[in-house]
Design a protein around this ligand. Structure first.
Ligand SMILES: Cc1ncc(COP(=O)(O)O)c(C=O)c1O
Length: 453
């Protein structure tokens, strides 16, 4: 049922909001326009605002609460570790760090046995890029348009979306290329096979014209996330691997968003059986309970730094609280079949449910995704594929859709003309159906923006 009454916020909520507006400087925002929701508690797939209103979290916050909110085993592990040993410097060894590294390396393809820990995803990308540059002795890095790799200097320059533009130095040693995206093909393809073949031919040409001997790495989200959740066509990642091998280029897989169960596999790479040289991870590794990221390093690149100093580090690399959270998260995911749940719910509930929504709402131009990682490509006209909001912008239709979802107690993730359905990997069938019903209702309210036949 739609609740349109104005909620009454708690006194503590009002104070939180007031202090936030007075003192907190938020990311990616014009500060004066912000009205952040005050979140007071959370459990599993839900969270509550300061007026006691419950929301089903179809965004996993920023696509990171892969095991849902407040998992008791992870909360207990963080509490226990805090009582035992809150922190140690990175040069010492620590039981939780050793165990977290072992567990993560065990999930990666054979031959990637070492883990360099960071505090988040962007730092993982920074360090992976630095390792690749030092390992190859080359400087240039290729990255895809329609990608996001983080907001630090190298990571934002690698990013292939408008968030890069204000920070684009034009001299970061980054060259962008087009990845595969059959729905909006840059190659005039009409099939997935054509898209794969042409995207690889294009990449090979970029390498040839940039000079293979100048290229240190190709950085690629296994499934581009914020940019639109586009699973690569069969053969594309194997083709990238082959090009890297042929030209001595390091393949860096960005699994920050797609990793740790999101696609219904531990790493999204597992769907396509490719072995990159470096894997950047973050988000789901601790479900965001304590910030953690890192790079899984191949034996070949680790060997480069066996006798040579790796020139990089972080005060909190492998922080015990974060590593304890990672150990507990990965253990809970193994023991409770959480990755398997993400896979099943995608195949049996979310995929079919979203396709049914597309049958009823012409504004849905395409449904794509896997696991608990889905995008609705919203269009004003199915024939022309005109996006419901321009690239890099928003529109009244998208704003109305988000409001309609929130009124129905559903929090989606939206970007330009897309709505992403990215709930926790732990979501149950009934919760997923509840979210789909709310989305169905919300989509009905914007039908008037469809201008197609
Ligand atoms: C694919 C990808 N890479 C890197 C990052 C950057 O991670 P962080 O925000 O933890 O620095 C993100 C964040 O959303 C991401 O989605």
């Amino acid at each position: 049922m739609t609740d349109t009454t104005e909620p009454t916020r708690s006194a503590s909520g009002a104070r939180t909001f007031e202090l936030d507006r007075a003192h907190v400087f938020h990311s990616w925002s014009a500060q004066a326009r912000l009205k952040p929701m005050v979140v007071e508690r959370a459990e599993g797939s839900y969270f509550w605002d300061d007026a006691g209103r419950r929301y089903l979290d179809f965004s996993s916050q920023l696509v990171f609460t892969n095991i849902g909110h407040q998992h008791p085993a992870v909360v207990a592990a963080i509490r226990d570790q805090a009582e035992r040993l809150c922190t140690v410097a990175p040069q010492h060894a620590n039981d939780q760090r050793s165990e977290a590294a072992r567990l993560i390396a065990e999930l990666a393809p054979t031959g990637l046995e070492k883990v360099f820990f960071t505090n988040g995803g962007a730092e993982a990308i920074e360090h992976a890029t630095r390792m690749a540059r030092l390992h190859t002795g080359r400087h240039k890095v290729l990255a895809a348009y329609r990608s996001y790799h983080g907001a630090t200097s190298t990571a934002i320059n690698l990013t292939g979306d408008p968030r890069r533009w204000p920070s684009d130095t034009g001299s970061a040693g980054v060259v962008h290329f087009w990845g595969p995206f059959p729905y909006r093909s840059s190659f005039y393809s009409t099939t997935d096979e054509e898209e794969c073949e042409r995207a690889l031919a294009h990449l090979q040409q970029v390498i040839a014209f940039e000079g293979p001997q100048t290229i240190a790495a190709i950085v690629l989200e296994t499934v581009p996330g914020t940019a639109g959740i586009m699973p690569p066509p069969e053969g594309y990642l194997a083709g990238v691997r082959e090009l890297c091998d042929r030209f001595g280029i390091v393949y860096i897989a960005d699994e920050v968003m797609a990793g740790f169960g999101r696609t219904g596999r531990w790493f999204a790479l597992d769907h396509w059986g490719v072995r990159p040289d470096l894997i950047a991870f973050a988000k789901g590794v601790t479900s965001g309970y304590v910030p953690l990221g890192g790079v899984v390093v191949s034996d070949e690149i680790a060997a480069t730094f066996a006798e040579r100093v790796y020139p990089g580090g972080l005060t909190y690399s492998g922080h015990p609280l974060a590593c304890a959270a990672a150990v507990a998260t990965i253990t809970a995911m193994h023991e409770e079949g959480i990755v398997e749940n993400a896979d099943r719910i995608g195949r049996e509930v979310l995929g079919p449910g979203l396709r049914q929504l597309a049958d009823r709402h012409p504004v849905i131009g395409e449904v794509r995704g896997l696991g608990v990682f889905w995008a609705l490509e919203l269009v004003a006209d199915r024939a022309t594929r005109e996006p419901l909001a321009p690239y890099g912008g928003t529109s009244p239709a998208m704003t109305e859709l988000v409001s309609a979802c929130l009124l129905r107690g559903l929090v989606p993730f939206t970007n330009y003309n897309r709505l992403h359905v990215v709930p926790p990997c732990t979501i149950g069938d009934e919760e997923a159906k509840e979210g789909l019903a709310a989305l169905d209702d919300a989509l009905a309210t914007i039908g008037g923006h469809y201008t197609g036949g």
